[in-house]
Design a protein around this ligand. Sequence first.
Ligand code: HEC
Length: 185
Amino acid sequence: MKAKILLVAGIFLLVLVVAAKLPAKSTVFTLVYDMFNQISLKPQEKGSMNAFVVGAVSIDGSEIEDPNDRFSVILKDIISETATLNPIKPDAASLADGKLKFDTFCAVCHGTSREINAEGFAKTKVNELGMIAPAVITLTPFFSDGYIYHKAKYGGAVMPAMGYAVAARERWNIVNYIRELEKQE
Ligand code: HEC
């Protein structure tokens, strides 16, 4: 009995050793070590599922608006009379979250002060390495809350869209915090 168990275990081990040595895409035995590239249903892949209702699922970090419409949103926000209104009061909780999110997602490029480097961009490490982000609080006094809010969401020609990282409420908190940063010398 014991010998039989040992034999079966031995064969099993042998098969495992042989299988492990086969190339990964072998049709004989495939060791799936890459869980993303196995055969599976990928919801965002064309034709894999029924189409989503337009605007229901974000694929680029923007929320429910049609991403093609971003320019009209931005245009509307440039004019202070039609700009999207900030619904979040700049209380302590909002400012604390705004600081956390700004330090995490914005300061890396924009810095937290008016300090600029020789090229006139914010004095940050990434700008030294070739990024061209402005010391943002030198510009924001000229922008409406809604403009900054949507800029954070959609990004720009160079700035990445950050909507995937900072949700609506967090972006308003960032706006509130930027207004605080503007008060420094
Ligand atoms: C990877 C670097 C990078 C990060 C991270 C980044 N920005 Fe920017 N941002 C830029 C660059 C570059 C520009 C200027 C060119 C452009 O608009 O694309 C810019 C421009 C801006 C402007 C000025 C817009 C204008 O019309 O002049 C604002 C406001 C702004 N960013 C806010 C933010 C906020 C808020 C965050 C964090 C959520 C953020 N940025 C994160 C690179 C960045």
